[in-house]
Design a protein around this ligand. Structure first.
Ligand code: F0G
Length: 459
């Protein structure tokens, strides 16, 4: 191996202090478990999963500092010191003075949307997350996704595929539509964890200012967005992730946050706001729905863990390793000629199962077929994001989803390179039997959000 002798060597960012055994199961056992689960991996016991890539939400490993802080946390109902530390960290990172703790991200979305959105309104964004969309729609408003053009070309790499289409946004803001807020999700989960550029946020903020509409951020993966931007935006190469993240928040009126992602918490979230009057208006709902203003549905120990986790999420060495790991898995699957969303995102690798399993029609769920095959073959748990998840209309009919994707979401600080190699090895086995994979039909629980509960049978 040759390396530049003048450059400092960079050691790995972590060593392991606590281990959790992974149980070994056989193909025969996993076939039985899949059968019992109605071929839906949401119903497979986690204890029988070898590498769990179902989600990166709340599944990360906490640091020794986080666990340690949980012992000294303050569990007082009101005025807990843990809340002061939580608020202090959030305000320092975001610059927002008003911090409302919530039990997870979707609760923050609900509080914000209920305060700002009315029937008939339109809420534009770069790609609303499912729960955000559901909260907006529950209020009789429409959630309008305006992804940039590069986003539609899933297999073509571009640095900022999470961007909003600013021309389309300008059209909406100058139309008759009533727009109570614009919400930009960093990174765009829908688009495979693709980042939004600082320039795009500046343009969005300028349009919002002109139209007198507040700009909010869904900041679930704000640190990963900053790290991806630092890598691809030459003007940001020398900035720190914390500095870049602050530049995002400086453009916004507030943010919703799922602290289960870049808060490195197993649970938690918050709504952070610049405006005191809006925070005051939301406070009664916070108390009723979540809990008193100094805990909001969380234990004091959760608040402390998140206060530390948010800072750790911005550490350059951690972020470098995080992006490297996602990219390494992407490269291994790419080398197997598996069609992928390009480039690798901040938290996940997306497989285009519609293309890879082109012999399975969309209404037989090629993504689900791949998910089942990955579990059967190697105990790897992934998540379908295709016509099973998005294809059911309220009237019970089906429509084809835009893509038949499968998401491999990588939990933070949990798995090492050997796990990624194992996942790639599982894919290599699945590749050999690809043509023999069959589709599925839904046999029961064919209802809204069916991907969680549906039972399926192989065709
Ligand atoms: N916003 C984004 C971008 C998300 O990805 C999620 C959750 C939420 C908001 C909601 O946060 O779960 O704390 O209520 N995403 C998870 C996932 C569930 O698997 O992508 P929450």
């Amino acid at each position: 191996m040759t390396s530049d002798p003048t450059r400092e060597l960079i050691p790995p960012a972590y060593r392991t202090k606590v281990v959790e055994p992974i149980a070994r199961t056989t193909i025969a056992q996993r076939e039985r478990l899949l059968h019992d689960a109605g071929h839906n991996v949401f119903h497979v016991p986690a204890s029988s999963v070898a590498v769990d890539l179902l989600t990166d939400s709340g599944t990360g490993a906490m640091s020794a500092a986080q666990w340690g802080s949980m012992f000294t946390a303050d569990e007082s109902y009101a005025g807990a010191a843990s809340f002061d530390r939580f608020r202090g960290t959030v305000s320092e990172i975001t610059g927002f003075a008003h911090v409302l703790p919530t039990h997870q991200g979707r609760a923050a979305e609900k509080l914000l949307m209920r305060a700002l959105v009315q029937t008939g309104d339109v809420v534009p964004g770069n790609g609303h997350f499912d729960t955000t969309r559901a909260h907006i729609e529950a209020l009789g408003a429409s959630a309008l996704d305006l992804p940039c053009a590069a986003n539609a070309r899933s297999s073509t790499a571009a640095p900022f595929k999470g961007n909003i289409n600013v021309n389309a946004l300008a059209d909406v803001l100058s139309s008759d539509a009533r727009v109570p807020l614009v919400l930009i999700t960093i990174t765009s989960n829908r688009a495979g964890g693709q980042p939004v550029s600082l320039d795009n946020l500046h343009e969005t903020a300028a349009l919002c200012r002109e139209a007198n509409v507040p700009l909010f951020l869904d900041a679930a993966r704000f640190a990963e967005n900053a790290a991806l931007a630092q890598r691809s935006d030459v003007e940001l190469n020398d900035s720190s992730p914390a500095h870049i993240a602050r530049a995002y928040f400086d453009l916004a009126a507030g943010c919703t946050m799922s602290a289960k992602k870049d808060g490195h918490g197993n649970i938690g979230g918050f709504l952070a706001l610049r405006d005191a009057a809006l925070a005051k208006a939301i406070t009664p709902s916070l108390i009723l729905d979540e809990g008193f203003i100094t805990y909001g549905g969380l234990a004091g120990r959760d608040l402390d863990a998140i206060a530390i986790g948010l800072r750790e999420a911005l550490e350059p060495d951690y972020l470098r390793e995080r992006l490297h790991q996602v990219d390494a898995l992407w490269q291994m699957l790419h080398a197997l000629n598996i069609p992928l969303v390009a480039p690798a995102g901040g938290h996940a690798v997306f497989i285009d199962a519609g293309r890879w399993l082109a012999h399975i029609p969309w209404n037989e769920y090629p993504g689900q077929s791949l998910v089942a095959a990955l579990y059967r073959t190697g105990g790897v748990r992934a998540c379908e994001l295709g016509s099973l998840m998005f294809g059911l209309l309220p009237d019970g009919t089906e429509r084809r989803a835009e893509h038949e994707f499968v998401r491999l979401a990588i939990p933070r600080r949990v798995y090492g390179h050997e796990h990624m190699c194992y996942v790639a090895e599982t894919f290599a086995r699945v590749a050999e039997m690809r043509q023999s994979l069959r589709g599925f039909r839904v046999t029961s629980m064919n209802e809204p959000l069916r991907h969680f509960m549906a039972k399926l049978a192989p065709l």
